[in-house]
Design a protein. Sequence first.
Length: 353
Amino acid sequence: MRPLTAHIRLHHLRHNYQTLKQLHGGRLLAVLKANAYGHGAVRCAQALAGLADGFAVAAIEEALELRAAGISEPIVLLEGVFEAAEYALADEHRLWPVVQNQWQLEALSLYHWQQPVNVWLKMDSGMHRAGFFPHNYAAAHQALMQNPQVAEVVHMSHFACADEPQKNMTAEQIATFDNACGHLGGACSLANSAAIMAHPNARRDWGRAGIALYGASPMGGADSRLLPVMRLSTRVFNERVLQAGEPVGYGASYITPQSTRVGLIACGYADGYPRHAPSGSPVAIDGSRSTLIGRVSMDMMTVRLADHHQGLGSEVELWGDTVHINEVAAAAGTIAYELLCNVKRAHFVYETA
Ligand SMILES: Cc1ncc(COP(=O)(O)O)c(C=O)c1O
């Protein structure tokens, strides 16, 4: 069996949830969209059931998968519905839709709810991606409040730059949000992971934790308060010693500077490892740090073996405990979110302790 394995430490997920909830205060949604950032949404939801105050997903398909697996916690649809007919499913499965534009608001008002619905009303406080403009927000809120089928409205907004605490934009977005809805009453939700960790002013009734739940700091680097949930590992399945001046891999882009022991490992860009990770990107072999050399291929890549490495059969960590995923992301010019979401073809092994 190909040895590429994503070890998913569900006890780390629970630890991170508890840490983030304590930081934020109030209630905290665990964001499980995109298959729980590549970790497996159902398994993550099951691990957090009874602990998490609720879950958030991008779209109704993701919510229905959780309901089909028996998950009964509140589930927020972060993008709302994509067509009006989805409100009937949201009703049947007790989902909480975000309303972020006029047609979603009107369709929600036209639908005859069988049971009271909780709505999350989204404001565009400056990110300019989705949500009602501040000057239209109170009217949208009023329309919902006049609807007897609407049980509760949670005010929400999303930050553009919460992971860059040196910028003013988050403070400006908070001020815009408070000015537009501070007088309306009701619960509020502002903070994603970065805001939970770096912007105390953004901590309100509900937080929404995604990336940090999986143990990656949204600010880059490592954060000792968080435990990495995924550990992606594989094995060396071939080795050779090359003399100085020999090329390695596609494009012959890497030339050995001296005699080099090269290990071939089972992981490539078809598994979600970033093709743009250059020679020098970190890996850990038998627990000690080494580097990638040569280009990442579809199914394989090559690593530098030191004398103390076993070689054939050595375990290689792509990211996890010794190599932080943010290091790989930085080397490849991307973010941990993208790396995690892209993992595929690996064997997923779920661990609980
Ligand atoms: C509306 C909303 N809230 C919360 C999150 C979670 O963000 P993060 O993973 O940065 O914690 C996202 C992610 O994109 C989002 O779109």
